[in-house]
Design a protein around this ligand. Structure first.
Ligand code: PHE
Length: 357
């Protein structure tokens, strides 16, 4: 390359460097493997590389020319380095897409998509379920669509019973056909007006003893306002075994409401009426720490001892077995938990609301 060692000038060196760079830029794009890139760069900056050889020439130059020569070589190196890095990256990405068969890698995390959150009603259902799980309850589920028998008759509410009016509800037209329900003869279908229908389904499916909760939707022909929604959620509870007593119900409710709203919570049972429980009660609770509602009785749910007629309707011996049942409104609990003043927030899907949970 430079046979004229000793007579070499900076000008000649500059020419030489430009040739090296030109040659390098021509060859680099044709490198298809990392080894080829390494080979090309070694030929320039490696121990026997052409730039390295030029470095060795510096001491033979005229003293005044040495700094300028060093500078030229270093500049050349600095131009080469990013080009080598780019060649490696080009080969790596080509290898990666070859390995993926050009398909996008769906296992790669995407940091740009904001994660959603669980709906506040889901959170409240899960919270109540995890509390009652500790008391031995398991979760049962059934369809939102029910027959009149499961929703009313089996629950000791015949068609002329006035309690049906209170749940004046969403019946399906008689001739309606549903792909997901096997419709028998002339049974009347409705969107269940309460989750109590799951009591009947669970007793028929599992027999006794039985200790279940059934979270789910319920539907009523209610006019929507701040405290009413035609579509809402309940958690049904049912415990049937030998010797289940009212004190078991009271203890379960105390445990539930203390777990939900704090250790100082008190509960009380007020006589009430449901066709499927006898005796029946409304449950009130009171807490010292409920904001504006502190130290006031707050009506929260219905409950009672399972009416023996209900047990008999599903073939359970009411002489041997007894039970308690309760039905809790999920929206009401969530509203108290988070001081939410309007039930409609739960269904508006406004992310400014939803993001807060
Ligand atoms: N199903 C009743 C309602 O929706 C609540 C309830 C459930 C009452 C179980 C007693 C026992 O109003």
């Amino acid at each position: 390359m430079f046979s004229n060692l000793g007579y070499f000038t900076v000008l000649e060196m500059e020419k030489e460097i430009n040739e090296i760079l030109e040659n390098f830029q021509k060859r680099l794009p044709s490198a298809n493997t990392k080894a080829e890139v390494a080979q090309i760069s070694a030929e320039i900056t490696g121990p026997n590389g052409s730039l390295t050889a030029l470095m060795k020439v510096i001491p033979t130059l005229d003293k005044a020319e040495r700094p300028a020569a060093g500078k030229l070589i270093n500049q050349a190196k600095r131009r080469i380095e990013p080009m080598i890095a780019e060649a490696y990256a080009r080969i790596e990405s080509a290898q990666m897409s070859a390995a993926l068969g050009q398909k996008p890698d769906i296992s790669m995390p995407n940091f740009d998509i904001p994660r959603g959150t669980l709906h506040p009603l889901t959170l409240t259902i899960r919270r109540i379920a995890s509390i009652l799980k500790k008391a031995g309850f398991t979760v049962a589920e059934a369809s939102d669509m029910e027959t009149e028998w499961f929703c009313f008759d089996a629950l000791n509410t015949p068609s002329d019973h006035p309690a049906r009016d209170a749940q004046d509800t969403l019946f399906m037209p008689k001739e309606a056909k549903f792909s997901n329900v096997s419709k028998h003869s002339d049974e009347l279908y409705l969107l269940r007006s309460h989750t109590s229908s799951v009591q009947i389904r669970a007793m028929l499916a599992e027999g006794v003893p039985l200790k279940i909760i059934a979270p789910g939707r319920a539907f009523r022909r209610d006019t929507v306002d701040a405290t009413h929604s035609a579509n809402f959620h309940q958690i049904e509870g049912l415990y049937v075994d030998k010797n289940v007593r009212l004190t078991d119900l009271k203890a379960t409710l105390d445990f539930l409401f203390r777990s939900l709203f704090g250790g100082s919570v008190k509960t009380r049972l007020r006589p009430s009426f449901f066709p499927f429980t006898e005796p029946s009660f409304e449950v009130d609770f009171m807490s010292a720490d409920m904001g504006k509602l502190s130290n006031k009785w707050i009506e929260i749910m219905g409950c009672g001892m399972v009416d023996p007629k209900v047990l008999e309707n599903v073939g359970i011996d009411a002489e041997k077995y007894s039970g308690f049942a309760f039905g809790l409104g999920v929206e009401r609990v969530a509203m108290l938990e988070h001081s939410i003043d309007d039930i409609r927030h739960f269904y508006a899907n406004d992310v400014r609301f939803l993001r807060q949970f």
